[in-house]
Ligand binder design. Structure first.
Ligand code: MG
Length: 266
């Protein structure tokens, strides 16, 4: 099932199940609890990020070729940081280039996002996927100057500006993606492919990440795990490529869809 979150014609927040013909059937109940797909159809006035996350743990340097392009050693454990819930942005809404705390080095990162559906703690890898509601596309937008130079060696500053976590366009439930390690993933900037990889290049795969994160933290329903980005980020290019006003960034994952956002000045 493809779960969308949207405002309907009256401006009411709804969840729906997108059908093969493009129509949407209303979901009643809580997608993180008990819910059912009804036979009522709905019109989408505005598509929203498919979930309002309870938290957004993120993994850095989790693709082999991306670790190589940044000259980083392969990590012994997953590298964890968090994005705030303020960073979430809807499909189609702009990534805002910071003006107040100014950045001139804003970069894109396509990522597979894992949506946790049930509360869990200390989950072994063999059972990890049972707690997954589904998957969506994410862009881990990063201000590299704040991440690398002015953030006191913490990544959080550069990763936590408003609009720096576009999510969407839908959550594809896990029954439709039995192996999240076999998905093609790419970024297009103004139509040009900048990142192109498969999730099988991850150093720590999705079950390993759930085992690792839940080994220290209770994962609440609605936790959205950003699983790292493949090679081809703007900062590793010669010359570097930074986002600028008027750009369009598309994150595409096979079997999920395309998350598209324009870029504007704050
Ligand atoms: Mg990232």
């Amino acid at each position: 099932m493809r779960i969308v979150r949207f405002l309907d014609g009256e401006g009411v927040l709804r969840h729906g199940a997108q059908q093969a013909d493009g129509t949407v059937r209303l979901i009643e109940g809580d997608i993180l609890g008990a819910y059912q797909v009804t036979d009522k159809t709905a019109s989408i006035r505005k598509l929203l990020a498919p979930i309002a996350p309870s938290s957004i743990p993120c993994i850095g340097l989790n693709y082999r070729r991306h670790a190589e392009e940044t000259s980083a050693k392969f990590p012994e454990f997953p590298i964890l940081f968090f994005k705030g819930v303020n960073t979430v942005q809807n499909p189609g809404d702009p990534i805002l280039l910071p003006v107040h705390l100014r950045s001139t080095q804003v970069d894109y990162e396509c990522e597979l996002a894992v949506v946790i559906g049930r509360k869990c703690k200390n989950v072994p890898r063999a059972k990890a996927l049972e707690y997954v509601l589904g998957y969506t596309c994410a862009n881990d937008v990063s201000a590299r100057d704040w991440q690398k130079e002015w953030g006191g060696s913490q990544w959080c500053r550069g990763k936590n500006f408003d609009t720096f976590a576009p999510l969407g366009p839908c959550i594809v439930t896990r029954d439709e993606i039995p192996d999240p390690g076999k998905l093609g993933i790419r970024t297009r900037l103004n139509g040009q492919v900048m990142q192109e990889s498969v999730t099988g290049d991850m150093i720590f795969d999705v079950p390993a990440l759930i085992e690792f994160l839940s080994g220290s933290n209770t994962l609440l329903p609605g936790t959205v795990i950003l699983t790292g980005t493949p090679s081809g980020v703007g900062m590793a290019r010669q010359p570097p490529v930074w986002l600028k006003p008027g750009d369009t960034v598309e994150i595409e994952i096979d079997g999920i869809g395309t998350l598209s956002n324009p870029v504007k000045l704050e």
